[in-house]
Design a protein around this ligand. Structure first.
Ligand code: SF4
Length: 289
């Protein structure tokens, strides 16, 4: 039976990831030897494989290879790492997303002006580790595993002057929850500065996914299993209560998933290429037409 397939607006590559990948493919055309990315350029195994075929390999340990050109991915890297790479004397191609760069620059500026920097985000995420390295010694990250902030989450004791920034991909309502709690204790502070470092691409995709998830019976969330923002999309759909499958590619789709669903939604994380989304749609059509 023919099904209705709804693709979420803005599913797939965000601006920063597309930019980083374009840079990596461009570098692959120009430089043939000893080109590396520090870690995988994105959390998508298929794209990483394509780049490997063109001679661009991910590495974690910069001391293990003879590096001529090193590409820094969209999440950015800690300041100390950047300085370490500089010492190697190789060519550095910095593909850090401009939104992440903005958060790093703000963190550095606030710290230099004497503010204690508070980052709302996931401590283990590479982007946050990078921002934190610019934020001075007193900086703190407020986080909770899987980004679920409890009502009782303890806010660490803070200085009188604080500057708040957010991991770019934080959901707005979670960031607001923390910021409201700090503002409610305004009397304890001399000054609170809040900067918006959230990325619109992420919040828009979350909003659009939410809309679609509410009107379909089945959601397929496409993207790397290790991609934080794809997992966030899958969790959002599950929270809404719609049957959800997180898949990396079309091959994982099973025909029996579609037996009772009349309307199927498809969304994809920021690191999912359009060709994988197209293959997923084609396979759904093949199974349901
Ligand atoms: S999600 Fe936003 S901040 Fe992160 S890489 Fe994409 S555009 Fe940049």
């Amino acid at each position: 039976m023919k099904k209705n397939i709804v693709l979420v607006e803005g599913a797939g590559f965000c601006f920063g990831v597309k930019r980083a990948i374009d840079i990596a493919f461009d570098v692959a055309q120009k430089h043939k030897d000893n080109v590396f990315t520090l870690g995988p350029i994105i959390h998508n195994p298929q794209v990483v494989e394509k780049l490997k075929d063109l001679g661009v390999h991910p590495i974690d340990d910069i001391s293990q290879e003879k590096i001529k050109t090193l590409i820094i991915r969209a999440h950015g890297i800690p300041k100390e790492k950047f300085n370490e790479i500089k010492k190697l004397g190789c060519e550095i191609i910095d593909a850090t997303c401009p939104f992440v760069k903005k958060a790093q620059n703000l963190a550095e500026k606030l710290a230099s002006e004497g503010y204690q920097v508070l980052i709302i985000g996931d401590k283990k995420h590479p982007e946050v580790k990078g921002i934190l390295s610019y934020a001075g010694e007193k900086a703190v990250v407020i986080e909770k595993e899987n980004n679920q902030f409890d009502k009782d989450e303890k806010i660490p004791s803070l200085d009188k002057k604080i500057g708040i920034i957010q991991q770019t991909t934080q959901p707005l309502h979670k960031a607001k929850e923390i910021m409201n709690r700090i503002i409610n204790s305004l009397s304890e502070f001399e000054e609170i500065r809040i900067f918006n470092t959230l990325c619109n691409f992420t919040s828009k995709r979350l909003e659009e996914t939410k809309k679609v998830a509410k009107e379909v019976e089945l959601m397929l969330v496409v993207g790397g299993k290790n991609s934080a923002n794809t997992t966030q999309l899958a969790n959002l759909c599950k929270e809404i209560g719609v049957k959800t499958y997180h898949i990396e590619d079309a091959q994982e789709i099973k025909i029996e998933w579609f037996s009772s669903a009349k309307k199927i939604g498809v969304t994809a994380g920021a690191s999912t290429p359009q060709w994988i989304i197209d293959e997923v749609i084609d396979r759904i059509k093949k199974f349901t037409n």
